[in-house]
Write a protein that binds this ligand. Structure first.
Ligand code: CA
Ligand code: CA
Length: 276
């Protein structure tokens, strides 16, 4: 058993957490001034409280309240928000800087966005693992799919109102229409497996699936076991187009107090794999 308790690096990790918690949420729907995913009288009140306020005056709230971008907050902005009362959007929460921790947290939680606890925990655990095993610094989990996209096939012979409403809800920022399907790009990363279920449930959608990558070489999966998280790490190399020829496998536990324990390590592959 190998353990590590590097308090200095925990300080670094906590600093990262602190900066994350202060991160601005920049993925909000039209009229949702407070970014809670709902346009309601609270948003109207936000506008009313800033009537007459000018953009650039130093009150960041003015920039948000100026919904039509004409530089001043006035009844036109209130009207813009009032016309959208009742609209709901996915509450994306803060943007995450670490894609690996974000994707692993979405996968392990099964939620459409990474919950704070899972994201912070995995971010910290992976930092501890790489201190104990520096050879894993270069082994970073590859996302299985483009993290902010989904591919859908839409039957547009009839109305597609529900499909368009779902695009509004998920804050789709780009829709590329091809003969074989539509590539949706969301304003931030999503658990595409969960989003696919939402889209596939619509009558006018034939199928929906993540925009999968091929040729992935490194996989990490996370399995919580009580307060200990087990990380299964597959460092694949050589000819990874359809599954790598060579693999290094680690199973590593990180306990709730940050103790890192190697459970197993193995090397597998074709005879010409070079393990050093
Ligand atoms: Ca709101
Ligand atoms: Ca305005």
């Amino acid at each position: 058993m190998r353990t590590v308790r590097p308090f200095w690096i925990l300080g670094v990790v906590f600093a990262v957490w602190a900066s994350n918690s202060a991160a601005q949420q920049d993925c909000v729907g039209e009229g949702d001034t407070n970014g809670d995913g709902l346009v309601d009288p609270l948003d109207g009140g936000f506008i009313l409280a800033r009537f007459g306020c000018e953009v650039g005056s130093g009150d960041a709230g003015c920039d948000i309240a100026d919904t039509n971008g004409d530089g001043v907050v006035d009844p036109l902005d209130f009207g813009f928000v009032a016309a959208r009362f009742g609209a709901t959007y996915l509450n994306y929460g803060p943007h995450r800087d670490n894609l690996e921790a974000e994707m692993l947290a979405m996968a392990v939680s099964g939620e459409i966005r990474a919950p704070d606890f899972a994201y912070d925990r995995i971010l910290g655990d992976m930092a501890l693992i790489r201190i104990e095993f520096p050879e894993l610094i270069a082994v970073v989990d590859d996302t299985d799919y483009v993290p902010n996209q989904l591919i859908v096939s839409v039957d547009d012979d009839g109305p597609i109102d529900d499909y368009e409403a779902l695009n509004d809800f998920f804050l789709v920022v780009d829709e590329e229409i091809n003969t074989w399907g539509r590539v949706l790009t969301f304003c931030d990363n999503l658990n595409a497996l969960v989003a696919a279920v939402e889209y596939a449930g619509l009558d006018e959608v034939n199928w929906a699936e993540p925009n999968y990558f091929i040729g992935i070489d490194d996989y990490i999966t996370v399995a919580p076991q009580g307060n200990t998280y087990r990380y299964s790490i597959d460092d694949g190399f050589w000819d990874c187009f359809d599954g790598c020829d060579c693999h290094r496998y680690w199973e590593i536990d990180v306990s709730g107090d940050g103790t890192v324990t190697l459970i197993s390590y193995s090397e597998e592959g074709v005879p010409w794999c070079e393990f050093d």
